[in-house]
Design a protein around this ligand. Sequence first.
Ligand SMILES: [Zn+2]
Length: 288
Amino acid sequence: MATSARQRVKRVARQGVAMASWASGSLAVRALLGTRPRVRALTYHRFGDAPGDPWCVATADFAVQMRWLAERGLLVSLDAVRDYDAGGTSLPHDSVLVTIDDGCRSLVEEALPVLREFAVPAVAYVSAGLVGAAAVAADHAEPFATWDELAKAQESGVEIGSHAFDHRSLARMSDAEALDQAVRSREEIGARLGTPVRSFAYPFGTRADFDARTNRALADAGYEIAFHSVHGSIRPGMAPIGLPRVKVEGGEGQRIFELTSRGAMDAWRAVDELVPRLARARRETHAR
Ligand SMILES: [Zn+2]
């Protein structure tokens, strides 16, 4: 299937999951039951004007999303999430940590003014070996921010975390290479920006891109907290290396965003779990 057709199908499916969660009342039921508060890390990538690109959120939409969260007091920092995960603090129900992957230039040019306006305690995950590089592939459609630009983001309150050294899947490397990626990126970012790097986001972050072995490499490299990209909420007591996130896609509209940030896309985890299994089954069928 062509990429754009596949994206259209996926968008309809995501909206279906979000609306079904709302229509079935599961969000309302959960709120009424007052279960332990759920916290989510939202994942963004690029910002700007790129209709049809699910990896790019329009800057005006991003501003509306941040205003909506700020007005409700739902924006929390990495520190707050870490303490909440460790069971030490309580956070408002449906609190949100904003994370932005890849360190593309639109992080600085488009997102940063919005993050500043609403005092968003965001974390940006950058691959140290790609900082300042030109666009490398179709899935990185814009150049990467420079170290000076990242320093500017940091001065504005954005914490910079590691997204491996050169944005390759850690699960597809040897133990030694995965550890090297984790250590080198942490050291380089720390040296360039002058602050300790304590968190990591897995490149790609699908089920096929992390496992117990890579989690161990991150812990050995000194990371306190790490996120993958399988959908889900964060609850106290979860292992801090290997926390889920929820992706925000471009063009989904404010209603879907509000549902997503309140847990309507947590169920997408089933798709995240299923797709690599199907791919593996397909590979095994072909290998036979
Ligand atoms: Zn990435």
